[in-house]
Design a binder for this molecule. Structure first.
Ligand code: GAL
Length: 423
């Protein structure tokens, strides 16, 4: 199920074949009435992304009404619980957001979503998306959702003015976490927050990038299939680096969500923030200039790797108005929908026919990296591990935030892996 380097080749090949394709269109989803779209893009720059997609949906479907079912909370921290209880009580929305990969598998196994492989065939969607991404959507030969975007998780966002004041070269990149610690020390000495962070899920997000940096691509991948030992000395060393990084973070982290942590960099109160590239939308909506007001680089030690995740939209079992859901999926799949949505969201289109010529300079770096780099699956965003495994990892990470006990953290991670790799 994991995305491989083939994705890059597939992307280029599909791009070459796509010149003659029209890529737009309202598709054949139809009907009247409404479609409730359940996401966690409730506020700020994320809502602006959703609004851009809704704009295309309304243009393509003047007779349908979009109903916003968004539940606030980064990475679905609240939304996933609300969704789980709605699904349990047979009250599904018209469609819901789910990450490609292991998280999607959860919904498939629980019979929460319908296979839509027939739609893929009818509408030619198999030709629209990179092969490796289709593999992440596939369960036993069936496809269950339509990907709307591709995000990169292993990105550092930095404020050049803060760095300059601290005597750190804003153009520097760092080959390893050790090199980065020296820069973090300087920012700390200058009085700014070295590394901004927010509540539990953002800490899991940081941890995943540290595991990737220290273990490397292959051993990181092995964490998810049992071939890398969570109890190994290599993992201990990575957890020690994670513990060290956490010492550079803001003390009010538990009361913040990602937009607040990223805002500390935007406002010049923090030097660095590790966040997925939905942060790009936060900088862009505040008219910040890439290269001047902010710079980005891969998390030190992860250059050449694209830590991947993709949001996708589903056809729930028992969807109240399936024709309207299909119309939403048509818009999500369309080149027009993907261009509008991804430009505003900071991500890159999953549809290889979508026009990205007008995308900003950060997004051009992501497009290039996705084509060239090794691709691995994000933990914090549903690609690498099931929802229940992620919940257990998050509990261990959260506990560590108050105890600082590295051995305890590792024990928690080992026991979570034992439990979930067996099941
Ligand atoms: C991710 C999601 C992104 C973004 C982010 C922060 O899980 O895939 O689209 O919304 O959470 O909320």
């Amino acid at each position: 199920m994991r995305i491989t380097r083939r994705v890059g080749a597939a992307l280029v090949a599909t791009a070459l074949l796509s010149v003659a394709a029209c890529g737009g269109g309202g598709g054949s989803g139809s009907g009247e009435g409404e479609v409730e779209v359940f996401t966690w893009w409730a506020e700020g720059s994320e809502k602006e992304g959703l609004d851009a997609l809704v704009g295309v949906f309304e243009e393509q479907n003047p007779d349908l009404e979009f109903v916003n079912g968004a539940v606030a909370g980064g990475a679905g921290s609240e939304a996933k619980n609300v969704l789980a209880s709605r699904l349990q009580t047979n009250d599904p929305p018209g469609t819901f957001q789910a990450h490609a990969g292991a998280e999607l598998t959860d919904y498939i196994v629980q019979d929460d979503i319908e296979p839509i492989s027939d739609m893929y065939e009818e509408k030619g969607w198999n030709e629209l998306f990179p092969e490796g991404l289709l593999e992440q959507l596939d369960q036993d030969g069936e496809i269950y959702s339509v990907p709307s975007n591709i995000h990169r998780a292993n990105v550092v966002w930095a404020n050049p003015a803060v760095l300059q004041k601290a005597g750190v070269d804003p153009e520097a990149t760092y080959a390893s976490l050790d090199e980065w610690f020296a820069a973090l020390d300087k920012v700390e000495a200058s009085g700014a927050i070295p590394l901004s962070i927010a509540t539990d899920w953002t800490q899991v997000h940081l941890l995943e990038t540290v595991l990737l940096a220290d273990l490397g691509e292959e051993a990181y991948n092995g964490l998810w299939d049992g071939s890398t030992d969570w109890g190994s000395a290599e993992v201990t060393a990575a957890l020690e680096d994670y513990a060290k990084l956490l010492e550079y973070t803001n003390s009010d982290r538990q009361s913040l969500d990602w937009p607040d942590a990223t805002q500390l960099v935007i406002d010049g109160k923090a030097g660095f923030n590790v966040m997925g590239d939905w942060a790009e939308a936060a900088f862009a909506t505040q008219d910040k200039e890439f290269g001047t007001d902010y710079v980005t680089f891969p998390v030190p030690g992860t250059d050449g790797v694209f830590d991947f995740l993709a949001d996708s939209f589903t056809m729930p079992v028992g969807a109240p108005n399936p024709g309207a859901t299909e119309a939403w999926l048509d818009t999500v799949a369309s080149a027009e929908g993907q261009t509008a949505f991804n430009k505003a969201k900071g991500s890159i289109p999953a549809n290889t026919e979508a026009d990205t010529s007008d995308f900003g300079p950060y997004q051009q770096t992501a497009i290039e990296s996705f084509q060239q780099d090794a691709i691995v699956s994000s933990l914090a965003h549903g690609a690498a591990a099931s929802v229940s495994w992620l919940t257990d990892i998050t509990a261990a990470v959260s506990k560590f935030g108050s105890t600082g006990d590295v051995a305890g953290l590792q024990e928690g991670l080992v026991s979570a892996a034992e439990q979930h790799l067996e099941s």
